[in-house]
Design a protein around this ligand. Structure first.
Ligand code: KIV
Length: 278
């Protein structure tokens, strides 16, 4: 898809009018495909650590790695709004460090916004980033950067008290200036209430159908990652299986001398060739 890029005011204006389609992307090729498919937002998620770099969780991915991939996604995109996911410890330590690192996603990564995980404790960072002109997407519910504290990737807000705490966190990050808030792995009915109460779009992942938009991981949508599949994932294709079959055919044709064929070869003028071998 080409033409005008989706803007932050357009994302805000979508609330209550149309659903937002959000997808992760990590490189130029996947970004081009997702952009041409018409995504509103491409998130360069820190899930990069797991689905692209092979780590067990998102904690070890660095600012430099995130920026490297954000640059590639930005080059592959001319329609979707590109959001860079701030990695673990790039925004928690101090407000000034958070603003400086967020700014790098826009200045160097050429993203149009950043995402940070967290509730009320991140409000000072969100306010300072927004004041500096950096649009921020929030992320509450299951926060994968908290995996060490949580002891695993678990559904959140299953009690009334936890749900009330989540709603208050979501309200606070929206009031601090987030233009959208990701709700991850929470009961659908809790997400419905949060979506009704927030003035900005909610983007669900494992949060049911009533969110203002949905986000999934590129590799999950296309069936390219099978180490584990959370309940909320739907494979819309099985490209992992298709890729393995295609690569096995390639290897077989190479071994059997069937690839490359004459149609893949370059020619040389007969005279030139005679002179060469003579
Ligand atoms: O890193 C990521 O992919 C995310 C989304 C799944 C929301 O944070």
């Amino acid at each position: 898809m080409s033409g005008k890029r989706v803007t932050v005011p357009e994302i805000l204006a979508a609330k209550g009018h149309r659903k937002l389609a959000v997808m992760t992307a990590y490189d130029y090729a996947s970004a081009r495909i997702a952009d041409e498919a018409g995504m509103d937002v491409l998130l360069v998620g820190d899930s990069l650590a797991m689905v692209v770099l092979g780590h067990d969780d998102t904690l070890s991915v660095t600012m430099d790695e995130m920026l490297h991939h954000t640059k590639a996604v930005a080059r592959g995109t001319n329609h979707a709004l590109v959001v860079g996911d701030m990695p673990f410890l790039s925004y928690q330590v101090s407000v000034s460090e958070a603003v400086r690192n967020a700014g790098r996603f826009l200045k160097e990564g050429r993203a149009q916004a950043v995402k940070i995980e967290g509730g009320r404790e991140t409000a000072p960072q969100i306010r300072a980033m927004v004041d500096a002109g950096i649009p921020v997407m929030g992320h509450v519910g299951l926060r994968p950067q908290q995996v060490a504290r949580l002891g695993g990737f678990k559904v959140q807000s299953k009690t009334a008290a936890e749900a009330a705490h989540l709603l208050e966190d979501a309200r606070i990050v929206a009031e601090a200036g987030c233009f959208a808030v990701v709700l991850e792995a929470i009961p659908a009915r809790v997400a419905q209430v949060v979506t009704r109460e927030l003035p900005v779009p909610t983007i669900g992942i494992g949060a049911g159908r009533d969110c203002d938009g949905q986000v999934l991981v590129y590799h999950d949508v296309l069936g390219l990652f099978d180490r584990f599949t959370p309940r909320f994932v739907k494979n819309f294709a099985q490209l992992g299986t298709a890729s393995r079959e295609a690569l096995a055919r390639y290897a077989a044709e190479v071994r059997e001398g069937r690839f490359p064929g004459p149609e893949h070869e370059f020619s040389i003028d007969d005279e030139e060739f005679k002179r060469f071998i003579g």
